[in-house]
Design a protein around this ligand. Structure first.
Ligand SMILES: [Zn+2]
Length: 86
């Protein structure tokens, strides 16, 4: 199964296109090689927004970890004993 990149116009395997959203079948219309090139170009022109985005992403990851720990802590007793018996 192939897909045409709307930038380089090459027909490539769908695995060469990164998914736009998790769990959705839609993919980017640009192949990974073109996306990489675009990101590199944009980053070279203005790296600040990317550094900010990374910081936000990292912060959210940390928050998600905390949430997971908290929800595990809040798990009802019978649920945790059920898993321990398995
Ligand atoms: Zn391409």
């Amino acid at each position: 199964m192939g897909k045409t990149c709307s930038n380089c116009k090459k027909v490539q395997d769908v695995s060469e296109f990164s998914p736009r959203h998790k769990g959705k079948p839609r993919t980017n219309s640009w192949c990974k090689a073109c996306m990489r090139e675009l990101r590199r170009k944009r980053f070279a022109e203005d790296p600040v927004p990317y550094q900010e985005a990374y910081k936000r992403h990292y912060k959210r990851l940390k928050q998600e970890k905390k949430t997971d720990k908290w929800s595990a802590y809040k798990k009802p007793m019978f649920v945790s004993s059920y898993y321990e018996e398995q």
